[in-house]
Design a protein. Structure first.
Length: 164
């Protein structure tokens, strides 16, 4: 499960890097095979909702040989403090057992008066584990963020140490 959380961090960071210049994220699907090979595809469709639906279907079904996969999509997160732009990160571990993780990475768009910023990620759901160790999952997630050198630099430069 921690490898899945690290992969979620890597691709979540890639998504933050992608939206830091003000663009809407084209949903991305990252995956890893049993032999360690990794891949990523951008889900380009005429309609972003169709792209997200295609990504969700691919994530749910998996592909032969995938050990884990991550879907990252741009969305809105509704919290008590209001509506926030956020990247929604859905991760699935297929083997040895099926586990899943959903997180949100709230951010302030580049077009806002105060410019681009990244807020603390939030766990939304963990499935397949009775009592998840959120501290260890968060550590694995941030190790994944740090493993993407270019994206981690953007993340660190724009991180606001507050929760929304």
């Amino acid at each position: 499960m921690y490898e899945m959380a690290g992969m979620a961090g890597f691709f979540g960071a890639h998504g933050i890097w992608s939206v830091s210049d003000g663009e809407t994220l084209v949903p991305l699907l990252g995956h890893e095979y049993a032999d360690g090979r990794k891949g990523m595809e951008r889900l380009v469709h005429e309609d972003l909702d169709d792209a997200v639906k295609a990504g969700q279907a691919a994530l749910e079904a998996g592909q032969e040989g995938w050990v884990r996969a991550v879907l990252v999509a741009d969305a809105y997160l509704h919290l008590e403090a209001g509506r926030f732009d956020a990247l929604i990160v859905n991760a699935v571990e297929y083997l040895p057992e099926r586990w899943s993780l959903q997180m949100a990475i709230p951010y302030r768009p580049e077009s806002s008066p105060d410019g681009f910023a990244v807020y603390r990620p939030k766990f939304i759901d963990v499935v397949g584990v009775d009592e998840p160790d959120f501290a260890a999952l968060a550590d694995a997630f941030f190790a994944g963020v740090d493993s993407h050198e270019q994206a981690a630099a953007t993340w660190d430069a724009h991180l606001i140490d507050e929760s929304v």
